[in-house]
Ligand binder design. Sequence first.
Ligand SMILES: C[S@@+](CC[C@H](N)C(=O)[O-])C[C@H]1O[C@@H](n2cnc3c(N)ncnc32)[C@H](O)[C@@H]1O
Length: 252
Amino acid sequence: MISLLQKLPPSLVALLLQSAAFMLVVSAVREFGLHPAPLATALLCGMLAAALSRVAGMARWWLFIQFAFAPALVLMLALDIPPGFFLAAFLVMLVVYWSTFRTQVPLYLSSNKVWQALASRLPAGPFTFIDLGCGIGGVLAYLSRIHPQGRYYGVEAAPLPFLWSWLRTRFGGSRGCTVHWGSLWHHDLSRYDVVFAYLSPVPMAQLWLKAQQEMRPGSLFISNTFAVPNHPPHETIDIDDLHRSTLYVWRM
Ligand SMILES: C[S@@+](CC[C@H](N)C(=O)[O-])C[C@H]1O[C@@H](n2cnc3c(N)ncnc32)[C@H](O)[C@@H]1O
């Protein structure tokens, strides 16, 4: 059972365990003829959901979410906020984060110091560069100003960040940039001299396989912050920014 749960996306596991906790608490309350206040019921659901999540081997930060979810729901309902607000908030989250529940790669941005370190690694002559999951296009816009001899590409799955990076690179004075809407997994990496990614620990092993299969010998694969398990990089660059980022560099 636990190994089956571990094959599912964590968001789905969290939902299943919340539902299980809710059903168990409601059946117990009925069985014993109790009438607890909604917040007390929610706290019981939260505690049980967190305990089940621990048994299911979910990451530690999920336990807090699982504990707080039902009580937060009860407290928010007590505030009597118009339902349209929740719909609007959901739609904004949807266009910004899109399939994060599946990819486990949310939107967060490389620092300016990472951009500068990347710029120092780019070739002096013409080259092609891609940012896999280009977010709002900051990396592309910066590098294209510093190294106008390059051709820059971005691929982004989430609609709003894609639109932002498309507008930014098209109308913001950047030259030589092309941004595509879609999944990085459908993008052939053999056309690029430098492939850059700032994703999460989750896709790195699979991305490494893709890079090995598709990238040309001599091209550079650079990952911000997330290493590839069991494949030490040829170079690491420590960045003195807020997140203490590290660039991992492989020559293919
Ligand atoms: C951590 S952000 C990095 C943004 C930008 N590259 C930077 O360094 O500032 C990761 C981005 O990858 C996007 N993403 C995640 N999975 C993706 C996929 N399979 N295909 C395309 N984009 C993806 C996310 O929507 C998010 O915008």
